[in-house]
Design a protein around this ligand. Structure first.
Ligand code: CMP
Length: 265
């Protein structure tokens, strides 16, 4: 990433791709919806410093699904960073991402440090930061006290107000948030998993969730339910003074087929 006056970051989350190009999740073709989102990003953002993909890149864990993602992003002339969600297969993901340089936990650019954590628990839908991730987080924060910091992970460290989702969030959120609040340089925490946007400020730290590039979950629903919002992404401008401008973009004018009555997957 080049050093400028501010950094433009685009977050893509939860694309849930399959090896088969016609693969679909609750009626939505996830590769097609991803392509619609990347096209929108190209139209809306001329200069991007970094594209961050925040987990559940694949639905079937196949190497081919990660190659589809790589191809979908290859025309972006910027740094690309991937990290794991609960659905990802670490070995398949690494096969594609390591050679391409997409897997980095700590990245410093300009006045900012990005810390990307692995909250995956083998075989579980919920998340947890193990001791190595908590140590990595604290070490990075201790090493760069002067850099504004954005932390990203797949699972939600705050309740979303949906009982079913709040059962599958970050299990040690209290421990994580205690660290976040202890280091004044932390400006933002950014996640995926919940397929919906939210924006909260807790003691000056911006806590942000983001849409999926495929199906959306209905906010404030006690049980699993899909929303009819279209696929989308989040953009963030990280300013030199530590402030963050951010918003969500969604595809318009395309009729995505989705099974709104679906009760899970
Ligand atoms: N009906 C359901 N109730 C609870 N969890 C579900 C249901 N359907 C799917 N899930 C899981 O909830 C997860 C939410 O995000 P993921 O995309 O990680 O994957 C989803 C499934 O693993």
């Amino acid at each position: 990433m080049e050093m400028g006056l501010s950094l433009k970051l685009i977050q893509i989350s939860d694309p849930h791709l399959f090896a088969a190009i016609e693969g679909s999740l609750l009626g939505m073709n996830t590769l097609h919806s991803l392509h619609c989102v990347t096209e929108l990003i190209c139209q809306q953002h001329k200069q991007i410093d970094c594209l961050l993909v925040s987990g559940d890149l694949s639905q079937d864990g196949s190497v081919a699904s990660y190659r589809h993602l790589q191809q979908a992003l290859e025309h972006f002339n910027c740094k690309v960073l991937w990290f794991e969600g609960n659905h990802d297969n670490p070995a398949s993901m690494q096969q594609v991402a390591v050679a391409a340089g997409y897997l980095q936990r700590v990245v410093c650019a300009g006045r900012w440090q990005l810390i990307l954590l692995n909250s995956q628990v083998d075989g579980a839908v919920f998340g947890q930061l193990d001791e190595s991730q908590l140590q990595l987080l604290e070490q990075a924060l201790q090493q760069q006290p002067e850099l504004h910091t954005l932390i990203s992970l797949h699972h939600h460290p705050l309740p979303m107000g949906s009982a079913w989702l709040d059962d599958i969030g970050l299990q040690n959120a209290a421990e994580f948030n205690a660290i976040v609040q202890r280091y004044p340089q932390v400006r933002g925490v950014l996640w995926g998993h919940v397929h919906q946007h939210s924006d909260r400020n807790i003691n000056g730290v911006r806590y942000l969730s983001s849409p999926s590039t495929c199906v959306q979950f209905k906010p404030s629903s006690a049980k699993f339910a899909l929303d009819n919002q279209p696929p989308g992404y989040r953009w963030l401008t990280l300013h030199d003074d530590g402030s963050i401008d951010t918003g969500v973009g969604r595809v318009s004018g395309i009729d995505f087929s989705v099974d709104l009555a679906g009760t899970g997957y």
